[in-house]
Write a protein that binds this ligand. Structure first.
Ligand code: SF4
Length: 301
């Protein structure tokens, strides 16, 4: 079995496990504030897909310290962290404000990487310049929610930008030596396995730095939940999901790091797939399958 998992890479580079602290920069999103749409992506929760992030009312250092304490209560020896701006669109603000919060995060002595989740249509040249500058201090990752290459699906989820915009953002970031991590959702209604593999092939062809595979979660208080109740659609079984993930892994070139194989939604508001609420069981079953079937990342390279 061969998987290029990010935790292994970070352990090699930093000599120990590096933990993510999910931060909230207090921004919103053009897909929610009316610039593009007011409804947001169909699956987006009230927390802007950052339901585990720290409290936006606190300054960044306080958020980092609070995240550290929470992680260290379970893993007392951890000393190195990724400052992960997760909630909403984290470059949707003035460059001055972004400089202030990102600099505060990257200069924290225990932070080794700055990771910023954003939309590809929110990366104007002045923000790219800022990220390039910060990337000289410590590594900067930019996480982009491409989700799918299928145009119908992109419209259904109300992604709000076309694939070209994503492709151009990847190119612009790579030219500045900034690492790109692409999010893909598996299990969107109406998508076949081939559609999902087409999304994987697209990111594989771009040789982005990393990929996050995310099982589609149907969460309460989202438009997707309303849609699901009105038009029930098949959701993955655990077995089928694991087989699909295994094939996705085989399609990914070996140099792409895998940052996530499933993802976990907040249990209290998870409607389907219910099995995904037991993250430990899911990961154990998945890794057992990948081992037993000798799944090799980059099998088709
Ligand atoms: S881009 Fe992100 S924050 Fe904005 S609506 Fe979509 S999932 Fe939510």
């Amino acid at each position: 079995m061969y998987l290029n998992m990010i935790n292994d890479e970070l352990k090699r580079i930093y000599g120990e496990k590096v933990y993510r602290i999910a931060l909230n920069g207090g921004m919103t999103c053009p897909n929610r504030d009316g610039k593009i749409d007011t409804r947001g992506c169909i699956f987006c929760s009230a927390g802007g897909s950052g339901d585990f992030a720290e409290d936006y009312r606190c300054d960044i250092t306080t958020q980092i310290e609070s995240g550290k304490l929470r992680i260290q209560s379970k893993a007392p020896k951890c000393k190195k962290f990724i400052a992960y701006f997760q909630a909403y669109t984290n470059t949707y603000a003035s460059t001055d404000y972004l400089r202030k919060i990102f600099t505060e995060a990257i200069q924290h002595p225990d932070v080794v990487i700055l990771s910023i989740a954003t939309r590809p249509d929110c990366l104007p040249p002045e923000v790219l310049d800022l990220l390039e500058e910060l990337n000289q201090i410590k590594p900067v990752w930019v996480e982009l929610g491409m989700q799918t290459v299928k145009e119908d699906s992109a419209q259904f989820i109300r992604r709000g930008y076309c694939l070209d915009v994503y492709d151009q953002a990847v190119q612009a970031l790579k030219e500045r030596d900034i690492k790109v991590i692409t999010h893909i959702i598996l299990g969107l209604p109406g998508e076949t396995k081939e559609d999902m593999y087409a999304s994987i092939r697209h990111v594989a062809s771009q040789h982005v730095y990393g990929v996050k595979l995310q099982l589609l979660h149907i969460l309460e208080h989202t438009d997707l939940a309303d849609y699901y109740r009105a038009h029930p659609f098949p959701v993955f079984t655990l077995e089928d999901y694991i087989e699909t993930v295994a094939h996705c892994v085989e399609l990914l070139p070996r140099d792409i790091t895998i940052h996530r194989l499933t993802g976990d939604g907040p249990k209290k508001i998870l409607i389907e797939p219910k099995w995904s609420g037991n993250k430990r069981m899911v990961l154990n079953t998945m890794h057992k399958y990948l081992r037993e079937h000798e799944v090799e990342q980059g099998k088709w390279e």
